[in-house]
Design a protein around this ligand. Structure first.
Ligand code: FAD
Length: 289
């Protein structure tokens, strides 16, 4: 059973996200991270994709390596921007041949050189979802933005488009956030639109205050004042990391308490914070049989 939809149907999932390495050194480091996280028996791991195909080979290599060399179920991210139908069909054929059964279908943010890459046959993630679904070969995830995608004209439109996309997919994974109410509101608003597919909260532990502020700005996530205060109290990066792990552990336990169907960790290709959160939540002993 390696379809994420089936895994979610069987119980809570705990999953990790990686980005494809740029060079040999970061490739070795990602290999070490995956080896360190494998004993936690993640339900699946996902590998991001550079919009416009900028990491096409590198994403494929990591996904296929995980499928072949580890006991973990992989999920490949794929984006609309800069792709025509024949390219997407090639990529999907390749994954099917490699036994990969999960695709995260995304809009993607256009790369700076998109003009040079020719037209895209897809505008929104929902166009890509339809294409992937037509193969019948994959369980399909989509992105959700609890605090509303920055390009959405308003909250109602954001939720309407997400509901339409999710109706044709199997599950959603959210952008990171720091307040549990953002997740609960999102799930309730989808239920109001008759969508009850599983929504996995995305967890980004703070390990570096500046980096998280920049990512929050780009993604439209709010960095609440109480989080900034908790972190800014410390100069030593080790203290910042410790507080970040404590905050993320509390968020995870509140989310599970609120009924989240699992947790999806943005690992930034490192294992320590995720392993510490697992230990704080008592998940390590739960997962290792
Ligand atoms: P869409 O669903 O297409 O939505 C984008 C905007 O268009 C939203 O405002 C939406 O409301 C609006 N919209 C959707 N449908 C319609 C419609 N029919 N009519 C009018 N408006 C519409 N980016 C990458 O490049 N690579 C990755 O690997 C990657 N992984 C991600 C993983 C997760 C879990 C998340 C949350 C994000 C990820 N992203 C990734 C970022 C994502 O690509 C960007 O946030 C992108 O801007 C939007 O992607 P989407 O899939 O939500 O797009």
């Amino acid at each position: 059973m390696t379809r994420v939809a089936d895994l979610l149907g069987a119980g809570r999932t705990f999953s990790f996200e990686f980005f494809p390495p740029k060079d040999d050194a970061t490739q070795l480091s990602l290999g070490r991270t995956i080896a360190e996280l494998e004993p936690l028996q993640p339900s699946f791991v996902s590998v991001t994709y550079g919009a416009g195909g900028t990491t096409r080979e590198r994403t494929r290599n990591v996904v296929n390596w995980v499928a072949k060399e580890t006991a973990i179920t992989p999920m490949a991210h794929l984006t609309c921007q800069g792709h025509v139908r024949t390219e997407i069909a090639d990529i999907l054929d390749g994954y099917q041949a490699a036994g990969v059964e999960n695709i995260m279908a995304l809009g993607g943010d256009p790369p700076a050189d998109l003009a040079d890459r020719g037209p895209s046959d897809y505008r929104y993630a929902s166009d890509l979802v339809a294409e992937v679904a037509a193969t019948g070969a994959f369980s399909i995830g989509v992105a959700a933005h609890p605090e509303v995608h920055p390009a959405s004209p308003d909250r109602a439109a954001d939720r309407r488009h997400l509901a339409a996309k999710l109706a044709a997919a199997d599950f959603a994974v959210t952008q990171f956030f720091f307040e549990v109410r953002h997740y609960v509101d999102l799930v309730n608003e989808l239920a109001d639109l008759d969508v009850t597919k599983p929504v996995l909260p995305g967890i980004m532990p703070i390990t570096n205050a500046k980096q998280i502020a920049r990512m929050a700005r780009l993604s439209g996530a709010e960095l609440p004042a109480w989080v900034v205060e908790a972190v800014e109290r410390y100069d030593d990066p080790a203290d910042v990391r410790r507080v970040g792990v404590e905050l993320a552990s509390k968020l995870c336990s509140d989310l599970l308490e609120a009924g989240a169907p699992g947790l999806h960790f943005y690992t930034m290709n490192r294992s320590t914070a995720t392993r510490e959160i697992y230990a704080n939540l008592g998940l390590a002993s739960l997962r290792v049989s």
